[in-house]
Design a binder for this molecule. Structure first.
Ligand SMILES: [Zn+2]
Length: 339
């Protein structure tokens, strides 16, 4: 899929709504902004998922202000057609398509693979000093960052947006894995698409990222960032079904409350049920850690057909979206403690 490059935005395109701006783009786009310092550049990517609009809204807000960034900025807006498909901003990816943020590794097959490869080639050619990939979380919840490396540069980039950084050794083909090719990259999950603070976090972080002279680590600076290493994905096994309801007679393989995303980020004690399980009990679930070990029974048990943690766990990215829960995962949890 072609990536259009825009160096000059038609001023008319900034007069209407965000949706009209997206219609004006029409395709996956890179917008190139000229900064005060033309010798350096940073990159920001957003809308890899079509139902995560906060990044796009924050960009639109920044463009409307007509500010000059500190350095050159390239902004990639990826899943434009997905977001424009009615009902707008409702599809993570279109039916039958791959998750774009799992496509940044070979083989670069299909439209999504080609688009991911085009974005990677642009990054290799332009060599930005860093990259932020801006998302909304699947469920409701606070903002956090994700990276594959935890050095000072990744902490510094995180601190522009949030104080929590998840460091993962999992490699799924996400854009942030380009950190391993010397482009410090942090994924920012600025909170749920419908959470009120998300847009504010996106706007304020973006302002700092575009306008600060330096965003990478400064010597002797202490970044107040808490790191969590290697979260585990709690997944449904293929073919099993989840339901979100408070109806006691639902017979799904796992039934979570409609407000299960309230579990996000709290400490979950072992005496608090997470969900109701169906006749297959724990057999409907799996939880493979980054080493590929199934740690489900190490951390969870089934009592009275209910799912409990065996010890206090920290949960995040608990979704209440059935589609995401079945195709991606139910939630993430931290095996070890804080780091
Ligand atoms: Zn996303």
């Amino acid at each position: 899929m072609d990536l259009q490059i825009i160096e000059q935005i038609d001023s008319q395109a900034l007069q209407g709504s965000v949706e009209q701006f997206l219609e004006y783009l029409g395709h996956p786009t890179i917008i190139r902004l000229k900064g005060k310092n033309r010798r350096r550049r940073r990159m920001l990517c957003t809308l890899l998922h079509g139902n995560e609009p906060s990044g796009l809204q924050a960009i639109y807000h920044f463009l409307q202000q007509g500010l000059e960034p500190a350095v050159d900025i390239d902004i990639a807006i990826a899943s434009v057609q997905t977001a424009l498909t009615e009902p707008r901003f409702s599809y993570r990816m279109l039916p039958g398509k791959r998750d774009l943020n799992r496509c940044f590794q070979p083989p670069f097959n299909g439209d999504e693979g080609l688009l991911a490869n085009n974005i990677l080639e642009f990054i290799r050619e332009t060599r930005p000093e860093c990259l932020i990939d801006l998302h909304n979380t699947s469920g409701s919840g606070p903002a956090f960052a994700v990276a594959v490396l935890r050095d000072e540069n990744h902490l510094a980039l995180t601190s522009l947006w949030t104080n929590d950084l998840i460091v993962t050794d999992l490699r799924l083909g996400a854009l942030m894995e380009i950190s391993e090719q010397n482009v410090p990259t942090v994924t920012i999950e600025c909170g749920g698409a419908n959470d009120r603070p998300s847009l504010l976090i996106a706007k304020e972080g973006l302002q700092r990222y575009f306008q600060n002279e330096e965003v990478l680590a400064k010597p002797q600076e202490n970044y107040a960032v808490t790191c969590y290493r290697n979260p585990v994905r709690l997944e449904l096994k293929p073919g099993f079904q989840v339901a979100y309801t408070d109806d006691k007679y639902c017979d799904a393989d796992i039934t979570l409350s409609v407000d299960a995303d309230r579990l996000n980020y709290g400490s979950l004690p072992p005496d608090e049920p997470i969900a109701r399980l169906g006749p297959e009990g724990l057999r409907a679930l799996q939880a493979n850690n980054h080493l590929g070990e199934d740690v489900l029974e190490k951390h969870f048990c089934c009592r009275d057909q209910k799912l409990y943690a065996r010890h206090t766990l920290k949960l995040f990215m608990v979704t209440t979206n059935k589609n995401i829960a079945e195709k991606d995962c139910l939630l993430y949890f931290i095996e070890g403690g804080l780091e």
